[in-house]
Design a protein around this ligand. Structure first.
Ligand SMILES: N[C@@H](CCC(=O)N[C@@H](CS)C(=O)NCC(=O)O)C(=O)O
Length: 208
């Protein structure tokens, strides 16, 4: 399999970390959505990463669909998201919240990267930032309630992978100002895991 996209993207990174955790080898095509956009579009008309190219040439787009495919491929015993039940709903819900936090950071970055300064409308950024911080506060509360080694038990699941990637991205791009002690502590522990250290590319934030 070939995984297209750079590891400074939380979406690409969560797929790559998941593939390592699931022992699924991949060739990494370290293509940028800037200079390599035309190459990306040859596989994904949306010009988005992550894009996964399977060995038979089929293409899977969007990290949600890719993770679903990977879990299906390894089977329910090893899947990072339980197949059914309350645990699935809770883990998926918290993963969506974490990636929603990353989405709101990403949209702020797009304002900074793609919109000329004179055309910026500050309330847009303020709204996105408020949404990002509200998600971060809820994730902090979840982390504060958690007593297990990972967020939903003794074993790493998709929510740990997603939360670690989303937190790094939000802090390195637009920053998370409030204290958020439980979220920070948990994210720091995740960042120390060998797989998180191996699959990491710092975001090179633009000067604004
Ligand atoms: N929902 C998508 C979001 C992916 C996404 O937005 N990726 C960014 C890179 S961090 C991208 O490809 N942006 C290019 C664009 O949208 O123009 C997923 O989970 O894979």
């Amino acid at each position: 399999m070939k995984l297209i996209g750079m590891f400074d993207s939380p979406y690409v990174r969560r797929v790559a970390i998941s593939m390592r955790l699931l022992d699924l080898p991949f060739e990494h095509l370290n293509w940028s959505i800037g200079k390599d956009i035309d190459r990306v579009k040859q596989f994904n008309p949306l010009g988005q990463v992550p894009t996964l190219v399977l060995d038979d040439g089929d293409v899977v787009i969007d990290s949600i669909a890719i993770l679903d495919y990977l879990d299906d491929r390894v089977g329910p015993e090893r899947a990072l998201l339980p197949r059914t039940g309350d645990a699935r709903r809770r883990i998926l819900g918290a993963s969506m919240l974490a990636m929603g936090m990353a989405d709101k950071a990403r949209l702020q970055m797009y304002e900074l990267l793609f919109r000329p300064k004179e055309l910026r409308h500050p309330p847009v950024r303020a709204r996105l930032n408020g949404q990002m911080l509200a998600a971060a506060a809820e994730l902090d509360a979840l982390c504060a309630r958690t007593t297990t080694p990972y967020l939903f038990g003794d074993r790493i699941t998709q929510v740990d992978v997603s939360l670690g990637c989303a937190f790094t991205y939000a802090t390195e791009t637009v920053g998370l100002e409030p204290p958020l002690p439980a979220l920070r502590a948990r994210a720091a522990k995740l960042a120390e895991l060998p797989v998180f250290r191996e699959i990491y590319l710092p975001f090179d934030a633009p000067a604004v």
